[in-house]
Write a protein that binds this ligand. Structure first.
Ligand SMILES: *Cc1c(COP(=O)(O)O)cnc(C)c1O
Length: 485
């Protein structure tokens, strides 16, 4: 299996070669040359597999430059009930991503039902652990094989940074430099990251906003000599390995909600950078019987606008809202380019032309191309949610089912309900646990959310963080002093 760029002008590569990199040299994103098709017989055979076995079956369709036994061992080590142990009471941790029914619906196939696909049982209580834990093990494996080391540099406003740090802690050959905006994350998120004492994890709190931290990362990465000398790498959401790891739980969720392959499910996905739902699109293209993929946004509704109107219009930072579902606060959806590539018949020239418009500060309207009418063929629907909807959904869900959902999942539930019918169950992807967003839960319920075991005294643990001004050179000096070399 080789990988090509969505902009059509980069040489194809193998999986391990794109694993450690970011964008393709032509500015595009990598995708496989074709998607494997899964037969009915394979689907049936996969129903009874453990999550780790299922992950191996799916990943081995995309990865042919890691020997099968090694890939299997990596999957076995990644997807264990010990790592994904933070389940809701009554859920089965051995399933890794169990389904909780809020309303069971009709019969064995749960028609008309409403369920949560639990994706946030990992160490940082957000779905990013699902892919990042695999990435940590893949990085270590490939770097060991090649006798290489890497310094990961990133900026985070919360969930990505902690998921990356918990995935990379203690891994040989990997060092993480994670920039975060000083004093602007929740106390819980700060404690999660800064309490890590692993020698290869380095937290830098920038005295500015998330955008300032992001700009520093960009400036360092644009210094090509520095980047090369210090082997700077990234684990951001456009990383292909993260997307493909996420394909697995769409299959697992489907098997959790159905008993035979003639049943369909709908899935609602709280979306920001389009990485999660892009994996759903790929699963559906491979032949998984997903009827509708419902893209749920918050007040930052770039994606909802696209699916309603055919117009993709990224926002400026000034137009980007700071919301109570902060991990969906995006101005442009980086992984969206992957979907558009498929939508326009995998025509790299066309994608390049569309993104030229976007990158010069503009937008594009697919209705002006032959592809506007095609969007419906891909099963997408969409909607958006706001702060008041979120509070209302958190309250109503607690009152009706005794379950406390997080703010992002609440966006998914609100929009998912609007697109629900009696033909199929609606599974809402639960992307984080409420414990991470205590302030908003308090506002909604007047009481703090439950915390999984072991998180009770998180904020009291000693913290380790370097505070720095908004200064690229200060960050570079710090990397020089602490990098792997
Ligand atoms: C990252 C994140 C999202 C958005 O996922 P995308 O892949 O960027 O669309 C939604 N919810 C939570 C809790 C997240 O951490």
């Amino acid at each position: 299996m080789r990988y090509l760029s969505t902009r059509g002008q980069a040489p194809t590569q193998q999986f391990c070669d794109i694993l450690l990199g970011g964008l393709a040299p032509d500015g595009g994103l990598y995708l496989p040359e074709s998607y494997p098709e899964i037969s009915d017989a394979e689907l049936t055979a996969w129903r009874d597999l453990s999550y780790a076995e299922l992950a191996f079956e799916i990943l081995s369709r995309f990865i042919d430059d890691i020997p099968a036994d090694d890939l299997r061992a990596i999957c076995d080590k990644t997807y264990t009930a010990e790592v994904y142990c933070n389940t809701r009471e009554g859920s089965d941790a051995s399933r890794i991503t169990p389904v909780t029914w809020l309303e069971a619906g009709e019969g064995e196939n749960h028609r008309g039902g409403l369920g949560l696909l639990e994706l946030s049982n990992g160490p940082t209580l957000a779905f990013k652990d699902m892919a990042m834990q695999l990435l940590g093990n893949l990085f270590e494996y490939v770097l060991d094989k090649r006798g290489q080391e890497i310094n990961i540099l990133g900026a985070t406003s919360g969930d990505t940074g902690s998921a990356a740090e918990y995935a990379m802690r203690g891994k040989h050959g990997v060092r993480v430099f994670m920039l975060s905006p000083n004093g602007r994350m929740s106390a819980f998120q700060r404690a999660q990251m800064y309490s890590l004492q692993d020698e290869n994890i380095l937290n830098i709190a920038i005295e500015g906003m998330f955008d300032d931290a992001q700009d520093i990362v960009k400036a360092v990465s644009n210094d090509h000599a520095f980047k090369k000398q210090y082997k700077i790498g990234a684990v951001n959401s456009i990383n292909w390995a993260r997307v493909v790891a996420q394909v697995v739980y769409y299959f697992a969720g489907y098997f959790g909600a159905t008993t035979s392959n003639d049943q369909q499910v709908d899935m609602a996905v709280p979306s920001g950078n389009f990485g999660n739902i892009c994996a759903g699109h790929i699963a559906r293209t491979m032949g998984l019987p997903i009827r509708k993929l419902v893209c749920a946004t918050n007040e930052n509704d770039v994606l909802d606008e696209f699916f309603r109107t055919g117009v993709y219009r990224p926002r400026t930072s000034a137009e980007t809202h700071v919301t109570s579902s902060p991990s969906m606060d995006i101005s442009k959806a980086s992984n969206f380019e992957r979907f558009v590539f498929d939508l326009v018949g995998r025509d790299g020239d066309r994608v390049r032309a569309l993104w030229q418009q976007v990158e010069s500060g503009g937008s594009f309207d697919l209705n002006e191309t032959p592809f506007g009418a095609k969007v419906a063929d891909f099963g997408f629907e969409s909607g958006s949610s706001n702060h008041a909807n979120r509070l209302e959904t958190i309250r109503a869900t607690r009152d009706a089912y005794g379950i406390v959902v997080d703010t992002h999942t609440a966006d998914g539930l609100k929009v998912g309900r609007e697109h629900r019918d009696d033909q199929a169950p609606m599974l809402v992807l639960e992307t984080a646990q409420a414990a991470k967003f205590e302030e908003t839960i308090l506002e909604a319920l007047g009481a703090p959310p439950p915390r999984p075991d072991g998180f009770d005294h998180l904020e009291a643990l000693p913290q380790r963080v370097e505070v720095m001004p908004v200064d690229v050179n200060a960050v570079k000096d710090f990397i020089r002093k602490h990098a792997n070399d």
